[in-house]
Design a binder for this molecule. Structure first.
Ligand SMILES: *Cc1c(COP(=O)(O)O)cnc(C)c1O
Length: 407
């Protein structure tokens, strides 16, 4: 038997049939008409946002839409956040249907000319990632007769300790190295752009509040130093995000209140050049991961060489991350439950596998579950971020998953 992660708090105490936003898993499947199915409970998203607002000083909250770009989820989350961060012209177009361009920022190391043109035309903020990209944006702005809004994305000489995905403190395709950032700001300001400030993103999926606190303090200090070097105060500093969620056994819940207290103190003591600066934090998974449940139906149950297998109708084609093939070094188990028997003690050790013809298609490896029959539903939790949109849905030709956003 191998351990699995803890169910999100909204599901952990349930007994009997799994309840998502007031309906049973069976009811959601009837409503959708088929499995596999993602259900995103917007009350859970709203609760995370309320917790963030309660914990943090007065700063802006941005949603990084690559975590879950479903149109209904975007429409529901947009009024609850101050900005949307996008990373392609496709995401930009989606964001603009639910938020004014002034609240949308566009990051990403490979923005094509047509993407720069779309952002400049719309009036979204470009998080400029290189000197070359800035030059292309200016040329496009001139051709269009528009002044680009630009923030400079800095590759910080800081790394987010314990983060699942480090994006700072080393050579990187993201942003301009901190040593060159002030020169780029000067050039942008001299060229007459609407300079919005800095975007400084040091990593992702951190569960250690102390590490986030340190990184935020260092990020504020870096923004101040760069502003002084450039001789201009940044209107906005996007401090990045990196708030992680507990996917696996032994993961702790991030102490957001501790992060908020410390950030409040750092901001109170910030250098004078940042006196008028607004600050933002951009989050993806922390806002939406726990709100999503992936429901699959058991197609077969079998034994092989003494091991039990539960074969379900959904797999890594929809929920790649749960199979351990999306940015994890060691495969570990996401939380899983038999939807009809929440709270029941485990009786069997089984591997929960999908229908794809590859041994990679394993959603649960030797997990302890109550016994489950063909035709019943198995729920995989923590499915609200980097699920449907981050999985190879065309692989093996099964239908795309159905996605439902609760009202
Ligand atoms: C992916 C990404 C995010 C969101 O990351 P999460 O770990 O989901 O919070 C935020 N900002 C940038 C720049 C990103 O690339």
């Amino acid at each position: 038997m191998k351990p699995m992660g803890a169910l999100p708090p909204e599901f952990a105490q349930q007994d009997g049939p799994l309840n998502i936003a007031g309906r049973s898993a069976d009811e959601w499947v009837s409503h959708a008409g088929d499995t596999p199915l993602f259900v995103y409970d917007m009350a859970i998203v709203a609760a995370r946002i309320a917790r963030f607002r309660g914990a943090m000083p007065a700063i802006d909250l941005h949603y990084a839409i690559k975590a879950n770009p479903h149109a209904d989820l975007l429409a529901a989350i947009a009024p609850l956040v101050d900005g949307l961060d996008v990373a392609s012209s496709g995401e930009l177009a989606k964001a603009m249907t639910v938020k004014p361009a002034a609240s949308v920022s566009f990051a990403g190391p490979g923005k094509r000319d047509d993407e720069l043109a779309a952002a400049i035309t719309a009036g979204a903020t470009l998080n400029v990632e290189s000197e070359g990209e800035a030059a292309r944006a200016f040329a496009i702005g001139e051709r269009l007769g528009l002044v680009p809004r630009m923030a400079v994305r800095v590759n910080p000489d800081i790394e987010l300790r314990g983060s699942g995905m480090r994006m700072g403190g080393r050579a990187s395709p993201f942003g301009v190295d901190a040593v060159r950032a002030a020169a780029l700001v000067k050039a942008i300001v001299a060229a007459g752009a609407d300079w919005r400030g800095f975007h400084i993103y040091a990593g992702s999926q951190a569960l250690d509040a102390g590490a986030i606190v340190e990184t935020q303090a260092a990020t504020i200090a870096l923004a101040a130093r760069l502003g002084e070097e450039a001789g201009v105060a940044p209107p906005l500093v996007n401090l990045g995000g990196g708030f992680g969620v507990p996917y696996f056994a032994g993961d702790v819940v991030l102490d957001v209140e501790h992060v908020g207290d410390a950030l409040g103190k750092s901001l109170d003591g910030r250098p004078p050049i940042l006196a008028e600066t607004r600050f933002a934090i951009e989050l993806g998974r922390w806002l939406v991961a726990e709100a999503g449940v992936y429901l699959t139906r058991v197609v077969d149950v079998k034994q092989s060489q003494g091991e039990g297998f539960v074969i379900v109708d959904g797999g890594l084609n929809h929920q790649l991350a749960a199979s351990g093939n999306f940015g994890t070094v060691v495969r570990r188990n996401y939380p899983i439950a038999v939807a009809a028997r929440m709270g029941a003690g485990p009786t069997d050790t089984v591997s929960v596998v999908g229908p794809l013809c590859t041994p990679l298609d394993r959603l649960g490896d030797k997990v302890a579950l109550p016994s489950v029959q063909v035709g019943e539903l198995v729920a995989i939790f923590m499915a609200g971020a980097y699920g449907a949109s981050a999985s190879p849905s065309a692989f093996l030709g099964h239908p795309a998953a159905i996605e439902i956003v609760t009202a």
